[in-house]
Design a binder for this molecule. Structure first.
Ligand code: CTP
Length: 394
């Protein structure tokens, strides 16, 4: 998987810099070529000579050396991927804010390859709001954050912030290149998140959906080579890269965006929590409080899944969700039939860890052909893999 891959390892100043030696050895063993960049601070923790010897390549530290200039643009272009490990708190902060005061930052800013970041620091620094915001920013830039471990830290304290073990980092980067192409160039439409139905200029009717499941599905489909359009309701979740994102607010806007894109679609997965009712009229001005009791007249929204079920061709696959709190199987099967879907993914709020806001979910998939597949509680990323595998088995 990593044979002949060109890896740019960027080492910054952290006690975990000693693990860079193991990383290089593991990558070289995989048949990869490794070039190393270090910050000046990193040199306090591990000698450049060690890393140069192990990588069999010159280690780059400075933008200028004597009368030579390190071509940071070419280094970033040479690599199949860049791995910043360890990424110290300071290096992460600079990367997040575009500060370019050393070779590592110059290469980071000009790199066109995928970038992995393996943070390493003390727990207090790791959990600080500034660091967490910087990590979110890197994620938004499309960088892949390698989760920190919990354990003994350089300070002697026990907590979060330890850099992931080299073996795990190698596995993560390996998995990244293990992209299956079983959805190559397939066009996939995904709806995700809540909808907001405006009552007046300051209020709306919404729901607790975060869109995490739909976002995980979008990521999974992209990884497998698909061209994804994500119709996304209001959410603050980090959105995926390489996806055509259409931001919508109301059920009506979501319906229109889905219809507009449906014709060319091979697979549509409707995971959004769409409002079933919307105010009959939207007040032009803020509604003032007067009576003790107050009601709003609501009208039914159009069911997007059902609409698509009515116009889909035999070439198109339509997948819906069913969020239930009781009579789960019976309700899911009704939705499968009434909405003319090919699959219904059932999740029940009765299951701990399933449904809105959680990073995990527990699902059962009902197929039009009578198939039923039960799955354990898993992360939404793994659930996304299960859903796509089930659809493709059809
Ligand atoms: N759905 C939709 N448009 C709507 C309502 C729901 O596309 N106006 C889709 C959802 O995205 C989901 C499926 O229909 O894929 C089922 O949604 P769910 O909320 O579980 O059920 P409802 O059909 O709304 O029925 P009920 O609220 O009675 O359970």
């Amino acid at each position: 998987m990593l044979k002949q891959k060109k890896i740019l390892l960027a080492v910054s100043g952290s006690i975990a810099a000693y693990k860079a030696a193991t990383l290089i050895r593991l990558y070289v063993k995989e048949g990869a070529e490794v070039k190393v960049i270090m910050t000046n601070a990193a040199e306090n923790f591990i000698p450049a000579l060690t890393l140069a010897t192990l990588s069999k390549n010159k280690v780059f530290v400075n933008l200028f050396e004597g009368d030579t200039w390190s071509n940071h643009v070419m280094l970033g272009r040479w690599a199949d991927f860049m791995l910043v490990a360890p990424a110290s708190c300071n290096t992460i902060a600079k990367m997040a804010n575009g500060i370019c005061d050393n070779l590592l930052q110059a290469v980071y800013l000009s790199a066109t390859c995928p970038i992995f970041v393996a943070p390493a620091m003390d727990e207090d620094m790791w959990v600080h709001a500034a660091t967490q915001r910087n990590i979110l920013k890197l994620n938004e830039y499309g960088n892949i954050i390698i989760p920190v471990n919990s354990g003994e830290l350089a300070s002697g304290l026990i907590g979060q912030g330890r850099m992931a073990e080299p073996e795990d980092i190698v596995k993560m980067t390996k998995d990244f290149f293990k992209i299956k192409d079983d959805l190559l160039n397939k066009k996939i439409l995904i709806s995700a998140g809540p909808t907001y139905e405006q009552i007046d200029p300051v209020r709306f009717i919404g729901n607790n959906s975060t869109g995490k499941m739909g976002i995980a599905l979008a990521n999974e489909c992209v990884k497998r080579g698909a061209l994804v359009t994500l119709v996304l309701g209001p959410t603050t979740e980090i959105t995926p890269n390489n996806v055509n994102i259409i931001r919508v607010k109301s059920a009506e806007e979501m319906l229109n965006a889905c219809i507009l894109n449906f014709n060319e679609i091979d697979i549509a997965i409707m995971s959004a929590a769409v409002a079933d009712y919307t105010p009959n009229t939207v007040a032009t001005h803020k509604i003032k409080k007067k009576e003790d009791f107050f009601s709003i007249e609501l009208k039914k929204t159009e069911d997007i899944l059902k609409h698509l079920g009515g116009i889909k061709t035999s070439e198109q696959t339509l997948v819906g969700f069913a969020l239930e709190t009781q009579n789960e199987e019976e309700n899911a099967l009704k939705k499968l039939k009434n909405k003319n879907a090919d699959f219904i993914v059932l999740n029940s709020l009765q299951d701990a860890g399933a449904g809105f806001g959680h990073n995990t979910n527990k699902i059962t998939i009902f197929g039009k052909d009578g198939s039923i597949n039960y799955f354990d509680l898993k992360t939404k990323e793994k659930i996304a893999t299960d859903i796509i595998n089930t659809i493709l088995k059809k």
